[in-house]
Design a binder for this molecule. Structure first.
Ligand code: TXA
Ligand code: MG
Length: 328
């Protein structure tokens, strides 16, 4: 059943050179990758992912030098961030050169550039003569996969190869930033935190872009995203569990167990980090959500983190994931 999961980098190179789409590991989440310079290959990504054509793709390169081939210029603030955090879980929106096809950027003048930290992804990028466009390897709007087996589930054997690089170490998508009139805009929060960015750019104003109020396209900003199909609610588990105790509950706890107290109601409990470590929570979150969404539970209950560091990015994903279940 998992015949297309392998760590054969030679096969990955061959397929990509032929204009095919494959799934690749990165340190954040798995991506659906194709030659970013090949419009036909790009179109296959949109089809596989069922993604609207007006939602642009991130272009992955192996170095800052390689990235320069696709962008007109890099402002000094962005260059400083690149030197500090790359390779790593951060994407930069930069003015594109015309060698990047319209389909990649949805005709925008900006292209998202990311240099991933995952060893296998970097090795692959170094051995190719073109960059890779890659969105997260989920069906549009659903939860991003952080394990090769989860990609298979999402893509139902429709990709020729899932390059297996193990479990993603970061677990949530990259931070997306843009320098706009001297202000550093954070379009999507991620593992490179607002605090870390501000520390490097101490003379620059850093702001987190507002969430969209509708479902149009700017970066990862649609309010509903990453959503499980099972009703999903957030809050203080001590209050939530009693409220839903007549249903079959799946619980995602960040540190403490509620099983003893509510064992009649809780069908499955997943404790993401006994140390309550936000990074470990980020790493395990999506795989746990995906797993619970395939179980026979009527409702999934989960807590949130204090709004600081990577906790902001985790909360952001959780709010979007629960949006459709809570919007009324
Ligand atoms: O960690 C990540 O960034 C993963 C891995 C695979 O690298 N990729 C990822 O891609 O999360 P995706 O497509 O699922 O999310 C990228 C977001 C989208 O919301 C898209 O709208 C935005 O970035 N984006 C990409 N290029 C853009 C551009 N040129 N201008 C504005 N937004 C852009
Ligand atoms: Mg995505």
């Amino acid at each position: 059943m998992d015949h297309n999961i392998s760590s054969d980098i030679e096969q990955a190179i061959r397929l990509l050179q032929q204009g095919e789409v494959i799934a690749i590991p990165t340190e954040t989440v798995y991506g659906l990758a194709a030659n970013a310079l090949n419009e036909e290959a790009i179109n296959k990504i949109f089809l596989l992912k069922k993604r609207p054509q007006n939602n642009p793709l991130i272009v992955h390169t192996h170095s800052i030098l390689a990235a320069r081939e696709y962008v007109l210029h890099i402002p000094k603030e962005i260059e400083l961030l690149m030197q500090t955090f790359c390779p790593g879980p951060i994407t930069f929106l930069l003015p594109r050169k015309t060698n990047i096809p319209d389909a990649v950027t949805a005709k925008s003048d900006l292209v998202g550039i990311r240099i991933p930290r995952h060893a296998l992804a970097l090795d692959l990028l170094k051995r190719l003569s073109f960059p890779l466009a890659a969105p997260s390897a989920n069906q549009y709007g659903y939860i991003s996969p952080t394990r090769a087996c989860d990609v298979n589930l999402a893509m139902q054997n429709e990709v020729a190869l899932i390059l297996d690089g193990g479990d993603c170490q970061v677990g949530i998508e990259s931070t997306i930033v843009e320098l706009n009139n001297g202000v550093l805009m954070i379009h999507r929060q991620g593992a490179i935190t607002t605090e870390q960015i501000q520390q490097i750019l101490h003379h620059t104003k850093v702001i987190v872009a507002e969430k969209n109020t509708n479902t149009t396209v700017t970066p990862g900003k649609s309010l509903q995203h990453y959503s499980p199909k099972t009703p999903f609610h957030l809050g203080d588990l001590n209050l939530l569990i009693p409220q839903y105790q007549h249903q079959t509950i799946g619980v995602i706890s960040f540190g403490t167990s509620f099983m003893q107290q509510y064992q009649h109601a809780i069908q499955q409990e997943h404790i993401l980090s006994t140390q309550h470590d936000p990074e470990e929570i980020a790493q395990k979150l999506y795989a746990t959500l995906l797993h619970l969404d395939q179980q026979n539970v009527n409702v999934i209950l989960c807590e949130t983190l204090p709004n600081k560091g990577i906790g902001r990015a985790i909360n952001d994903r959780l709010y979007r994931a629960s949006y459709q279940h809570n919007k009324l």
